[in-house]
Structure formats: C-alpha cells, structure tokens
Design a protein around this ligand. Structure first.
Ligand SMILES: [Zn+2]
Length: 241
C-alpha cells in the first residue's frame, strides 16, 4: 500500500463524495478508477458460461407484472451503483430468473457502464463444497480462496441455502463469509429459493440459521420474485379472482 495518497479526490477508494440535485449526499465513481482496466470477461469473475452471454436486462422474459417490477428494481440499482444504500436479496422459486438478473447487474456495471470494480460471482453450493474439502484436509489453506470473495466490492452469492446437510463447521464458515463481506463493506447480491417467512415449508433461516438471515437483513433489501401459480391460472382459471 502506498504511504502517500495517489488520488486526493477520493483517498484512493475510487469513490468520491458528491451530492444529488436535492442536496443530499451521494457517492460517485472517481476519475482515478478509469485508469484501471475493467475485467474483460464475466467468466473471469466466476459467472457460469451459460449466463455470460444470455443474462442481460433486455433479454429478461417478463412473465408477470411482479417480475417486471423486480427487473426494474435490479436495473435501477445497477444503474445507480455506487450510489446505493444496501445490497439486494432476490427471493423466489426456481426458474423465475433470479440468477439472470444478478448476472445482468454485473454485466451492466462492469461491461456496459464500464466501471472498474472488483466483483465476484459465487454459486454457493460449489463454494461450500470447496470449503468442506479444505476442512477435511488440514494442510490446505482456504484463505486465498475466501479472499477472492471477501475482498471483492460486489459479491453475488447465488443459491443461498441450497444443497443443505452441511457439516456445522461449513455452515459457520458461510456465516463467517457473510460477516466478512459485510464488515469489509462489500455489497452483497444474493439469490435464494427459500422464503424469508413461511408457515408450511422450510425458510431461509432453516437453511442458513437465524443469525445468517439477520446478517442478510442488515446488508440487503429483499426483492420478491413470485412465481406464477399454475394450478390456479392454468388448471382452474375460473377459480382465480
Ligand atoms: Zn480517486
């Protein structure tokens, strides 16, 4: 780390204070960030190849007004970054496009707005498998792998709570990662198929503990992505009012 600040505008954070038209404080990208090259490929920050080309805001298939609202919320967030107050937690059943929107967000910031920011995409079940492998072999050190996650400024945690039955130590490692991301002031974008509250099915707290959910509430705003109720709409259209 240099002893002398190379950018007095922002103190080498890359974000400088500014204000909105109404006078309220905001942050903006400092010109010194332009000097650093943006990552050329989403693959390089962990995005699965399937989503690298397909996931764009304008390719999002709007099947319902609620999903279109979710698309607009995530787009506005990506368009306002870094002037955002919290991360996002996209919740909804499989197949509604949560990962699609999370990757579209990364694409918009990194490739379309060309903001140079350290970002990371993690498919949580795979990350936890890696963590578990390390726990089983005490000679391996996972700090470098975890630093890839916790040193990023935007971290996408995809499929939080999926693939359960983890060793308690692995669960604790996940809480540690969440905690380090939040303490390190990185912005979290999470997706999960588990509801925050439910009477008859498992909730996210059952999967990642109450403490994990409370950390997420601190760091993220929930964006509901409800699925269509096909039973009502397709089989019994007359019963759905
Ligand atoms: Zn600067």
């Amino acid at each position: 780390m240099p002893a002398v600040l190379s950018c007095p505008e922002c103190g080498d954070t890359g974000w400088k204070p500014t204000s909105r038209p109404d006078g309220s404080p905001a942050v903006a990208v400092c010109f010194c960030r332009d000097a650093a090259p943006a990552p050329a490929r989403l693959e390089d920050i962990g995005v699965p190849p399937y989503f690298c080309e397909r996931a764009r805001f304008d390719y999002f298939f709007k099947v319902s007004p609620a999903l279109e609202r979710a698309r607009q919320t995530v787009f506005k967030w990506a368009d306002a970054y870094p002037d955002v107050k919290s991360g996002l937690l996209l919740t909804g059943p499989a197949g509604v496009g949560k990962t699609h929107l999370a990757v579209s967000l990364l694409r918009h910031i990194l490739l379309e707005r060309r903001i140079s920011v350290a970002a990371r995409f993690e498919y949580v079940p795979r990350l936890l498998r890696e963590v578990q492998r390390v726990w089983n072999d005490p000679l391996l050190i996972d700090e470098r792998r975890l630093a890839e996650v916790t040193r990023a400024e935007i971290v996408v945690l995809d499929q939080l709570g999926a693939d359960t039955g983890w060793d308690k130590r692995v669960q604790e490692r996940l809480l540690y990662i969440l905690n380090r991301c939040i303490l390190g002031e990185c912005v979290l974008i999470c997706t999960t198929t588990f509801p925050l509250q439910a009477a008859e099915q498992s909730t996210l707290a059952d999967q990642i503990t109450v403490r994990g959910v409370s950390l997420l509430h601190e760091a993220c705003r929930a964006v509901p992505m409800p699925g269509e109720d096909y039973r009502d709409k397709v089989i019994n259209p007359g019963l759905s009012v």
